[in-house]
Design a protein around this ligand. Structure first.
Ligand SMILES: NC(=O)c1ccc[n+]([C@@H]2O[C@H](COP(=O)([O-])OP(=O)(O)OC[C@H]3O[C@@H](n4cnc5c(N)ncnc54)[C@H](O)[C@@H]3O)[C@@H](O)[C@H]2O)c1
Length: 357
C-alpha cells in the first residue's frame, strides 16, 4: 500500500486585465487558443500572415476578438499587454524583439532560438525594457513532468544519479503534411527539446560533460527526415538517456525512471501526460496525474507568465532558463551529425552541414 500524494497545483493569475494577442494561428496556436478559451483568458486579437487563418481561428475560438494579418497593428494596440508568438523559430526572434521594443510582455514558442547568443541578447533586451519574456517550454507542465519536477524538488529522491526517458508515438503521421515533416532536426530539435529542457530543470547548476546522440529513419515512416533518436547525456556523476521513437504505430506511450540517492520515480503511461507516477523509496508513494499535455501544459505555461507579470517576478520559464536545455539539444544535434560526443559548453548554436569543416 503506497500513500497517494496530491497532484501539484498550477498557480493561476488572479487578474483578468491581461489582453492577449495570439500571433500564428497554425497547429499549436489553435491548441493554445482552445486552452485559453477553457480558462477564460482574454484574447483580444488573432494575427496570422494568412488572414483567412486568423479569421477562421477567431471565428472558432474567440468570435468577439479581432483578426488581422498586420503584426505592426497588433503591437500598436493599447489593449494588448501580452504578445504570444506561436510562429516558427526562423522568424520568431525578430518578432520577439519588435514586441519587446513596443513595450509588450512576450510568450515565445519553442525552440526559443537557433543560437545561445541570440537567446541571451533577447533576455537582456527584455530586462532593459522592463517587460517579461517567457519561453513556452510547456512540457514542464505536462502532467507527468509536472509531477516529476515536484517530486525531485521535494528532495524525496535525494541527489539524482540517473534519469531514463522514452516516448513512442506517431509524430510522422502528425507532420506528414506539415513543414516540420521536412525539417532534418524534427526529432531532436522540434520534438525532443521538451525532454532536454526537462533534464536541464532536473539537473540545475550541473554541467553535462558530454552528449552523444544518434538518429535514424525507420522503414515505412511517412516523412523523409529521422524520427528515431537515442541520446546519452553524461553529467560525470549522473547519466541520462532519452529515447525518441517518433514513428511508432498503434501506441502513444511514454515512460521514465528517475533515480536518486534516496529513491526513484517511475512512470508508465501516455507519451504526453502519463497516468501514475510511482515513488520507490523507504516510504513508497504515488501520484495519480491529472489532465494531459493538451490543454493542461499550455495552461500551466501561460499561467506562469501571467502570474509573474502580476507579481512583478521572473517566470520559471524566463529565457535564460531555456538555454541549458537548448545547449544539450544543440550538442545532441551536432553529435548525431558528426558521430562524436559533444561537450555542451563548447556549443554555440544549431549545427549546420559544413560547420565541422
Ligand atoms: N510547445 C508545444 O507543445 C508545441 C507544439 C507544436 C509546435 N510548437 C512550436 O510552435 C511553432 C509553430 O508550430 P506550428 O506547428 O503551429 O506551425 P504551423 O506552420 O502550423 O503554424 C505557423 C503559423 O504561423 C503563421 N505565420 C507565418 N509567418 C507569420 C508572420 N510573419 N506573422 C503571423 N503569422 C505568421 C503561418 O501562416 C501559420 O499559420 C514551432 O516553433 C513549433 O516547434 C510547439
Amino acid at each position: 500500500m503506497t500513500v497517494q500524494l496530491p497532484f501539484p497545483r498550477v498557480e493561476m493569475p488572479t487578474s483578468d486585465a491581461h489582453g492577449i494577442a495570439l500571433v500564428g494561428c497554425g497547429g499549436i496556436g489553435r491548441l493554445q487558443l482552445d486552452a485559453y478559451r477553457k480558462v477564460g483568458w482574454n484574447v483580444v486579437v488573432l494575427c496570422d500572415a494568412v488572414i483567412a487563418s486568423a479569421e477562421s481561428a477567431r471565428d472558432e475560438y474567440f468570435p468577439n476578438a479581432d483578426a488581422t494579418d498586420d503584426f505592426g497593428a497588433v503591437l500598436a494596440r493599447t489593449d494588448v499587454t501580452v504578445v504570444d508568438l506561436a510562429v516558427h523559430t526562423d522568424i520568431r526572434p525578430g518578432m520577439v524583439r519588435k514586441a519587446i521594443l513596443a513595450g509588450k510582455h512576450v510568450m515565445s514558442q519553442k525552440p526559443f532560438v537557433e543560437t545561445l547568443a541570440e537567446g541571451r541578447a533577447l533576455a537582456e533586451l527584455a530586462e532593459e525594457h522592463g517587460v517579461t519574456l517567457a519561453v513556452n517550454q510547456n512540457g514542464r507542465w505536462s502532467p507527468h513532468f509536472h509531477a516529476l519536477r515536484a517530486i525531485v524538488e521535494s528532495g524525496r529522491l535525494g541527489q539524482l544519479v540517473a534519469a531514463d526517458f522514452a516516448a513512442y508515438w506517431p509524430h510522422d503521421i502528425h507532420t506528414e503534411h506539415h513543414r516540420l515533416g521536412q525539417d532534418p532536426n524534427l526529432v531532436l530539435y522540434d520534438y525532443a527539446i521538451h525532454w532536454f529542457d526537462l533534464v536541464a530543470c532536473l539537473f540545475p547548476e550541473r554541467e553535462a560533460v558530454s552528449v552523444y546522440a544518434t538518429t535514424a529513419r525507420r522503414r515505412g515512416q511517412l516523412v523523409p527526415v529521422p524520427t528515431i533518436a537515442s541520446v546519452i547525456i553524461d553529467f560525470g556523476d549522473a547519466q541520462v538517456s532519452i529515447l525518441m521513437r517518433a514513428s511508432a504505430r498503434h501506441e502513444d506511450t511514454g515512460s521514465y525512471h528517475v533515480v536518486g540517492t534516496e529513491g526513484a520515480a517511475a512512470l508508465h503511461g501516455g507519451a504526453l501526460g502519463g497516468q501514475r507516477v510511482d515513488i520507490v523509496a523507504e516510504e513508497p508513494a504515488h501520484i495519480e496525474t491529472v489532465g494531459n499535455w493538451f490543454p493542461d501544459a499550455l495552461i500551466g505555461s501561460m499561467a506562469e507568465l501571467l502570474r509573474a507579470i502580476e507579481d512583478g517576478t521572473k517566470p520559471a520559464t524566463h529565457p535564460r532558463s531555456s538555454l541549458a536545455g537548448l545547449a544539450l539539444c544543440f550538442a545532441a544535434i551536432e553529435s548525431a551529425a558528426t558521430g562524436a560526443p559533444v561537450v555542451p559548453a563548447d556549443v554555440a548554436g544549431l549545427y549546420r552541414e559544413g560547420d565541422a569543416d
